[in-house]
Design a protein around this ligand. Sequence first.
Ligand code: 3AT
Ligand code: MN
Ligand code: MN
Length: 532
Amino acid sequence: NGRPKHFGITPPIATAFPNEREIEVTDLLVAELKKQGTFESEEESRMRELVLGRLDQLVKDFVYKISLKRSLSEADAREAGGKIFTFGSYRLGVHGTGTDIDTLCVVPRHVQREDFFNDMHDALAQLQEVTELTSIADAFVPVIKMKFQNIPIDLVFASLGVNKVTDDLDLRDNSLLKNLDEPCIRSLNGSRVTDEILRLVPNIPAFRTSLRCIKLWAKRRAIYSNVLGFFGGVAWAMLIARICQLYPNAIAGAIVSRFFIIMYQWKWPQPVLLKPIEEGPLQVRVWNPKLYPIDRGHLMPIITPAYPSMCATHNVTASTKKIIESEFKRAAEIADKVMIGTGKWAELFKKHDFFERYKYYLQIIASSDSPERQLKWAGMVESRIRHLINRLELVENLGLAHPYVKGFDKIHHCANDQEAQDVAFGICEHCEENNSEHTQDSKRDGKPGGRIVCTTTFYIGLRIEFRAGGSNPKQLDISWPTSEFTKMVKSWDKYDEKSMGVAVKYVKNNQLPKEVFEGEPRKRKVNSNSSK
Ligand code: 3AT
Ligand code: MN
Ligand code: MN
């Protein structure tokens, strides 16, 4: 019975149109975002469209060939169709220069995933404009990755229960999901979620500019990472979408400043929803804290709008929640100053001070004997760090365990066993003098007993709070969280003791390797109220 009068689960807070000051600060914001290089050139954006057109044609050719292979008539094979959808930052219209295009290849029922990873992969391999082609067929969301004319592309796959996939196909209908296998449902999900977000936003240009701002801010403040317990791209998009619903006629400058205030004051664990949660035709679980204790445990739930609705922020821990909230507070104060004219947007995007902030850090060093192995092993270790954080949060005298959002990769050319063992424990004599390329030692691994060791080092900042009268004063015992963590990562089914290692150790602030400062001069001052 018609469209709702408003977007979202409540009426708007205000429907006012922008005033002069809001227009001014929005212009300033757009200028700052341009200055910070968040927009791509027109040439790059034309190139992306051409590449997408090429990919769409390749998918149609692929479906046609498989259709003939499955003995469809020439006419039916032509009609079988096939279509490319996009999702991720490109679909939302907030991608930056050099970022990937996330694409979904949708095909009719007689084309299967094996065909995609064989025939489609091979067709791509034939093209000279395709480089760095890799298939990850056994991933949670199976994917072909490549560069097409130098543009990074993620290509996922879904086979629908239909005979034809025509160009007017819309993925909105929940019944499309019936009888599909899990990887197909998950592959469709990315696209269905982004499309639904866009449908639920009243003013798309304001949404885009605001989201660009929030993404840049969250990256600079090191709180942009789903795996490590902060928020990922989809969660940030849903948060901004909710604020856009609450202020349907506002422009970016106003949205952003409301965003920080509202998010700072948000009564978690009240969930952020863009629409009522739907039931649907599948046997899968939909997020429901009344029914499922796990869902009740989500500290900052932000719920995806497409069926089956899920919590996009289930990785958040007590520590990352505190960190995100303190960043909301800082940003709300800056946005406030910008509105009254005593501050600048640039202040919002100032780099975090993670490596200056704490006196003690934990280093988690994942190591292995080849770059290919390292990619998977380090990814596995990274995905378990939030469990380490959860356990550290229970340690007496530890006020905060703050994970850094990315690992630091290195390839070490080691002359002998001792050196190889040392680097796996974070001891590297030449690391400080040479850069990570180790150009001078590149021949060391050729010597007898020489080899390479790949390491990825993750960091957790520790805020130690010794309380007077505690049962265990002036001690910090992290042996239990650490041993539980190493046990957990080593129980991985692809773990191999001979070629992989993991080590957890303390480092003091002044022992941090210089690569964490990424070429910036290192300040020696330690903030006395952060750690003692
Ligand atoms: P960039 O502009 O590419 O940095 P993005 O939001 O497009 O930002 P990604 O390309 O990493 O981010 O991811 C796009 C979407 O793909 C987001 C999510 O729906 C899905 N996705 C990404 N990584 C995973 C993963 N490991 N498992 C399942 N889905 C994923
Ligand atoms: Mn992307
Ligand atoms: Mn991607």
